[in-house]
Design a protein around this ligand. Structure first.
Ligand code: ZN
Ligand code: CA
Length: 494
C-alpha cells in the first residue's frame, strides 16, 4: 500500500468511532476532503459496475454474518488504484477530483476487468446483423449507413464478413433503447453509459444496445454514433476493453470533434488474431496505415512539449501524455483530454506551469490557452502576441519556466525570449540561443527545469544543461526520464 492510500485510510480510521454506534453509515466528515456523499456513492457504483468492487453494504452484511472486522476502505482503495492504472492516472488509490472526473466521462457499459477475450469468437465467417429498433430523430437510411460503416472498419482488415437481415433473427441484433430494456442492464439516461454489447454467442450474444437518451450525432461532433458503434461491434466480435488510449476499445469516450476515425494498430492486430487477415489489408496498410499509440520506450520517441505539473513531470506527444510522478515508478500513457477535457488541443508546441499563480499555459501555433485548476480562463485561447511577441513570431517551440526566479524563457527557431512573470512583460527583445545556451541544437522541441539542470529535448535526444557552467554536461535519449528499462516492449509486427 502506498503512502497516500495509507494516509486516507488512517484518517478515516481515526474518524471512525471506537464504539460501534452506527457502523453502517459513513458520515460526510469521514469522507476524503472535497468528496461529497453523492460522489462517494457514484464512485462506489462505478467501481462495482466496471471493476468488480464489492459494495460496502454487501461486505457489511458479510462482516455482520461472520463477525469480521469491517474496513470498507481497503477494497475501495485497491479498486480505485486498479481503475487509476487502467486510465493512466497516478495510482494513489485516492478518490480525488481528477479520478472522479475520469469516472464521470461518458463510456461503454461493459466492465474493464472481466477476463473475456480470445475465448469468445464467431466460428463462422459470415455473421448476420439486423437493426431491430431505431428510436432516434434521424432517417433510418442514415442510421443503416453509419452501422454499415462501423462494421466495415472491422471487416476491411480481417476475414469476418457481415450480412444484413431485415426480418429474420440475426447474430447481431442492434437496438436503440432506453432505461430498463429487458436485459437487466438498464441504461442510465443522458451521459454515463452510452451503449453496451454482448460477446459472441447464441441468444443475446453479439447484440448491441445504444442508449437513446444520448444526444447522438451522425457526424463527428458531440457523441458520434459511428465511433460508439465501432467500439461496440468490437465487443460483439469478441474483443475486450483496452487500456491503450489510442485504441477504439478504450472504454471511455474521448474523441475531439472532427477527428478521423481509424482502427489503431492494436485494434487491427487483435481482430486479425481472432479472424485472420483480409487479403486487401497489405494495400490498405500502404495507403493508410493504422495509427500506433506512441510507445514511451521507442528509441526514436520525441516529444511535443514537457512541463512540470506540481510534483509531476508531464511529457506530451500527439493526443497523449505521460505523467511522471515521484511516488510511482511506472509511468502510464493517458490522453491529454483525460485531465483537461477538450479545453486544450492535441499536438501542442509548448506547455509550462506557473506554480506560484497556479496556472498552466499551453501553446499551439499562434494561440495560447491559460488554465487554472483544470479550468480554461475566460477569453482564451488568445494570440501569443499578447505576451509581447512581435507579429513575425507565429509559434513557440518550447517554454522553460523558472519557479524561483519567476520568469519564463520561450524558444522560437534560433531565438529565445525572457518573459517576466511578475510584471507580465517580455524583458527586452530576443536573444540568440547559440549565445544564451551554447551547445543546444535548435529549434528545440521542449525544455524543462529538472533537478537543478535544464533538460532540452530535440528529436530523440535530450541535453542536460548546467546553467552555472553554461554548457551541456550530458546527452541521452529523449525518453530517459520515463521508466523504459522496466518493461519489455510489445510485439510490434503486423
Ligand atoms: Zn466497451
Ligand atoms: Ca446513458
Amino acid at each position: 500500500m502506498n503512502l497516500v492510500c495509507m494516509l486516507v485510510l488512517t484518517l478515516m480510521k481515526l474518524h471512525q468511532s471506537p464504539v460501534v454506534a452506527s457502523p453502517l453509515r459513513i458520515q460526510p466528515s469521514q469522507l476524503p476532503i472535497g468528496l461529497s456523499e453523492a460522489d462517494q456513492k457514484f464512485a462506489e457504483e462505478y467501481l462495482q459496475h466496471f471493476y468488480g468492487y464489492q459494495p460496502k453494504s454487501d461486505r457489511q452484511k458479510r462482516a455482520a454474518d461472520y463477525n469480521e472486522d469491517l474496513d470498507w476502505t481497503t477494497g475501495l482503495c485497491d479498486k480505485v488504484k486498479e481503475m487509476q492504472r487502467f486510465f493512466g492516472l497516478p495510482p494513489d488509490g485516492e478518490l480525488n477530483k481528477e479520478t472522479l472526473a475520469v469516472m464521470k466521462k461518458p463510456r461503454c457499459g461493459l466492465s474493464d476487468v472481466e477476463p473475456y477475450g480470445s475465448t469468445f469468437r464467431w466460428t463462422k465467417q459470415t455473421v448476420s446483423y439486423r437493426i431491430a429498433r431505431i428510436n432516434l430523430p434521424f432517417p433510418a437510411t442514415k442510421i443503416h449507413k453509419v452501422i454499415k460503416g462501423a462494421l466495415n472498419l472491422w471487416s476491411s482488415v480481417s476475414l469476418i464478413k457481415f450480412h444484413k437481415r431485415k426480418r429474420r433473427e440475426a447474430d447481431i441484433v442492434i437496438a436503440f433503447v432506453s432505461s430498463e430494456h429487458g436485459d437487466r442492464a438498464p441504461f442510465d439516461g443522458k451521459g454515463g453509459i452510452l451503449a453496451h454489447a454482448y460477446l459472441p454467442g447464441s441468444g443475446i450474444g453479439g447484440d448491441v444496445h445504444f442508449d437513446t437518451a444520448e444526444e447522438w450525432n451522425l457526424n463527428f461532433t458531440g457523441i458520434s454514433l459511428l465511433v460508439v458503434a465501432a467500439h461496440e461491434f468490437g465487443h460483439a466480435l469478441g474483443l475486450s476493453h483496452s487500456s491503450d488510449p489510442g485504441s477504439i476499445m478504450y472504454p471511455a469516450y474521448n474523441f475531439a470533434p472532427n477527428f478521423e476515425l481509424q482502427l489503431s494498430f492494436d485494434d487491427v492486430k487483435n481482430i486479425q488474431r481472432l479472424y485472420g487477415i483480409n487479403s486487401n489489408f497489405p494495400s490498405l496498410l500502404l495507403k493508410k496505415p493504422p495509427p500506433r499509440t506512441p510507445d514511451k520506450c521507442d528509441p526514436d520517441l520525441s516529444f511535443d512539449a514537457v512541463t512540470e505539473l506540481q510534483q509531476e513531470v508531464v511529457f506530451f506527444k500527439d493526443r497523449f501524455m505521460w505523467r511522471k510522478h515521484p511516488n510511482f515508478v511506472k509511468t502510464s500513457i493517458t490522453l491529454i483530454s483525460s485531465l483537461w477535457s477538450d479545453s486544450v488541443p492535441s499536438y501542442l508546441d509548448a506547455v509550462y506551469e506557473n506554480g506560484e499563480k497556479n496556472l498552466i499555459l499551453f501553446f499551439k501555433g499562434d494561440q495560447y490557452w491559460k488554465l487554472q485548476q483544470l479550468i480554461l480562463q475566460e477569453g482564451f485561447p488568445r494570440n501569443i502576441s499578447d505576451l509581447g511577441f512581435p507579429n513575425r513570431i507565429k509559434s513557440v517551440d518550447a517554454a522553460l519556466h523558472f519557479r524561483n526566479n519567476r520568469y519564463t524563457v520561450f524558444f522560437t527557431g534560433h531565438e529565445c525570449w525572457r518573459y517576466n512573470e511578475q510584471q507580465g512583460v517580455m524583458d527586452g527583445s530576443s536573444m540568440l540561443i547559440e549565445q544564451q545556451w551554447p551547445g543546444i541544437p535548435f529549434p528545440v522541441d521542449a525544455a524543462i527545469f529538472y533537478e537543478g539542470f535544464v533538460n532540452f529535448f530535440q528529436g530523440n535526444k535530450q541535453y542536460k544543461y548546467d546553467f552555472v557552467q553554461n554548457r551541456v554536461v550530458s546527452v541521452s535519449s529523449a525518453n530517459g526520464l520515463l521508466d523504459c528499462k522496466m518493461e519489455k516492449s510489445n510485439d510490434d509486427t503486423l
